[in-house]
Design a protein around this ligand. Structure first.
Ligand SMILES: Nc1ncnc2c1ncn2[C@@H]1O[C@H](COP(=O)(O)OP(=O)(O)OP(=O)(O)O)[C@@H](O)[C@H]1O
Length: 679
């Protein structure tokens, strides 16, 4: 049967009327859209921006924390979202989820969350949005102030700000001292977001005539407890007095202390407290494995060397209690050549050097950073496998911050704390702070004794010998000045053995210990716990404090100026000649002042037991060559299975290792971090 012309499948043409109607509908829709677009385009840019800002602001009140999983779930500007996306930040962390909304709503926020949990973005996102909302421009001057305790942390925050804020038009600057004040002063008024350290900021407030913060919208205090611990309370008071009362304040920290609450009372108005891990079982990241070993002071250096030898492919940070320890041990470990790159970071270095080291360590895949507590807070080094606390931290909070340099943002990490037998009380304090630490032992067969090597190195190098002496005094002093006498007892230090372990034949004279020996205290106090009468050392008197000042630094008068301390210190660094000795003098003050702050109110410990201390043990040594891969595997296997079974007093099995030719001492890459304008 033949097909009719209109039957389907016959290739017949569609109904022209229906086709025309369909076309007309589409066309008019397109035309309408074009019209709307043209209308929009006719609007000045500011108006479009203003409309989108008001849309965003209307959504602030609708923020529902439970529905937020991504940054894009917040009503954020396109520029901020683009910056976040380009930096690969999409999903929010818990602290970001809980604080960004509150901050967008204009509330003061006190935020606390574990280390590595993303607090930086929790305040940077609201910072960008606050100025965006106000359509801030460089002519509006300073809009946001971000205060960090250390230069490194300020620098790092500044870098993150540059990354996520790069699509915005406002300017940002970093003011951290160690730079020319005049140069900074000339540019400071063009800065909209200023990241700074407290001392330098106060210096500008006092000395830079044109600098003012009258229009400040937001103040951010990062690692607030550290700012206070570092003796910046007076400086902070002075800074806050100079700021307008009507502003928003955000305060962040990984640990909550009384001093943070005091600062919050002073600087925040009806704040929202957000402590995301308050109810967590542990106060440290779940991905962080934490262990401690107990060993004698004179064995610590060998333990460290052995550890490094067995972790050649890892990235580790080793924390020491003083700059001089870092300086000496860094140099001598470079000479020992453990086979892994060693870097050193401490407050006695010039600023440029500190930045070079920081960047160098960030870049390296395997390296060891010897550091003081300037690296303990906030610094975000990527992919750190191990944090070793060579010296016991002053308290549990410092432990948490140090250990938190690893296991950041969902990564794994391991922390090892080295304790002296006299410091075991720290374990209890850590457990009370919900830090799950377990004791492990060192495999005696893996322990390499390096004392003889150090002796022979020092015999040929007078400069290094003097550094060893300074390291010795500095360490003993740091223990003496520790507040917590339950943990730190200078009288229990095996003084001569410790000197030997550093490679010194004779223990250097330690004036304050000698003085204590000459004037043993008669004071007896009743022990609170067991009601037994015990001898107790006298309090550290003001005279003794003064003696420390004079002994370690002749220029201490500058430090008497309380809140202006860093102002002076940082200012002098501006005029740095690059002379290392000069640098050390200045930093002596910094180090000493920090120690003195801790010492005030603390008590001096009882006397060292000298007869005990005179006994110097002979350490048997053997030199062996080893395969590095095997070392690494062995050490970890031993640790994982917890079969160390070492009694460190039994030194029969101590071994020494021949020098590895593969040492790379740090290469240098310049990283400029002076006042830098973005946008
Ligand atoms: N939303 C996110 N998505 C992916 N990575 C993130 C996110 N937020 C933060 N990070 C990453 O997590 C790491 C830790 O972040 P950050 O330094 O802000 O932690 P923190 O809480 O300030 O730590 P600390 O208390 O030690 O200062 C950084 O490397 C950061 O880039």
């Amino acid at each position: 049967m033949g097909k009719t012309a209109n039957s389907p499948g016959s290739g017949a043409r569609p109904d022209p009327v229906r086709s025309f109607n369909r076309w007309k509908k589409k066309h008019s829709h397109r035309q309408n859209k074009k019209k709307q677009l043209r209308k929009q385009l006719k609007k000045p840019e500011w108006q479009v921006e203003r409309e989108s800002i008001s849309r965003l602001m209307q959504n602030y009140e609708k923020i529902n924390v439970n529905e937020i999983t991504r940054f894009s779930d917040f009503p954020l500007s396109k520029k901020t979202l683009k910056g976040l996306q380009e930096a690969q930040y999409r999903l929010v962390t818990e602290i970001q989820k809980q604080t960004i909304g509150l901050a967008l709503q204009g509330k003061d926020v006190l935020g606390a969350a574990k280390t590595g949990s993303g607090k930086t973005l929790a305040f940077l996102v609201p910072v960008l949005e606050a100025l965006y909302r106000l359509q801030w421009t460089s002519t509006d001057g300073l809009g946001v102030l971000i205060i960090s305790p250390t230069r490194e942390l300020a620098y790092q925050t500044f870098e993150v700000l540059r990354k996520v804020g790069k699509n915005h038009d406002f300017s940002a600057g970093l003011i951290i001292g160690g730079k020319d004040l005049k140069h900074e002063a000339e540019r400071i008024n063009n800065i909209n977001i200023l990241v700074c350290t407290p001392g330098r900021l106060l210096q500008h407030m006092d000395e830079t005539v044109s600098f003012h913060a009258t229009d400040l919208q937001m103040l951010v205090l990062d690692e607030a407890d550290r700012i206070l611990d570092m003796g910046f309370a007076d400086t902070m008071n002075a800074v806050i007095e100079n700021l307008p009362k009507k502003r928003q304040t955000l305060l962040f920290s990984a640990t909550q202390t009384k001093s943070v609450k005091d600062l919050a009372r002073l600087s925040l108005k009806n704040p929202e407290y957000v402590w995301v891990h308050e109810k967590a079982k542990y106060s440290t990241p779940a991905t962080l494995e934490q262990n401690y070993i107990v060993c004698e002071l004179q064995q610590k250096i060998s333990v460290l060397y052995s550890f490094l030898r067995s972790h050649l492919k890892k990235k580790s940070i080793v924390f020491f209690s003083s700059c001089k320890e870092v300086q000496y041990l860094y140099r001598v470990f470079c000479r020992l050549r453990p086979g892994v790159s060693i870097l050193a970071l401490h407050g006695r270095q010039q600023q440029m050097r500190r930045m070079e080291v920081y960047n160098e360590f960030v870049r390296k895949r395997a390296a060891v950073l010897f550091a003081t507590d300037i690296a303990a807070r906030g610094l975000d080094f990527p992919a750190v496998n191990w944090v070793l606390q060579f010296d016991c931290p002053e308290d549990a909070n410092t432990y948490i911050h140090r250990a938190g340099r690893t296991a950041r943002y969902k990564e794994d990490g391991e922390a090892l704390l080295i304790l002296l037998p006299s410091e075991k009380a720290m374990v209890q304090q850590l457990l009370q702070k919900k830090v799950p630490v377990k004791e492990i032992k060192i495999n005696p067969e893996k322990l390499i004794d390096v004392q003889k090597k150090l002796e022979s190195i020092l015999a040929q190098d007078q400069d290094l010998k003097e550094r060893a002496q300074r390291c010795f005094v500095s360490y003993v002093r740091s223990v003496y000045l520790m507040k917590d006498k339950e943990v730190f007892d200078v009288s229990k230090l095996p003084i001569p053995e410790y000197a030997l372990s550093l490679g010194l034949a004779v223990a250097p004279r330690v004036r304050f210990l000698q003085k204590m020996q000459k004037q043993p205290t008669k004071e007896l106090v009743r022990s609170q716990a067991d009601k037994v009468i015990e001898p107790r050392a006298p309090s550290l008197t003001n005279d003794e404090v003064e003696e420390f000042r004079a002994y370690f630094n002749e220029k201490m008068s500058i430090l008497q100026k309380g809140g202006k301390r860093l102002e002076g210190t940082e200012h002098r660094q501006d005029n740095d000649t690059g002379n290392e000795e000069q640098e050390e003098e200045e930093d002596d003050e910094e180090e000493m002042e920090e120690k003195l702050a801790k010492a005030k109110g603390s008590q001096a410990p009882s006397l060292p037991n000298t007869s005990e201390a005179q006994k110097i043990k002979e350490v048997p040594t053997q030199f062996l060559d080893r395969d590095e891969e095997e070392e690494d595997a062995d050490f970890l296997k031993v640790k994982r299975h917890n079969v160390f079974g070492l009694d460190l007093k039994d030194e029969k099995t101590l071994q020494s290792l021949s020098l590895s030719p593969r040492l790379e001492c740090n290469g240098v890459i310049m990283a400029r971090c002076s006042l830098d304008l973005m946008g």
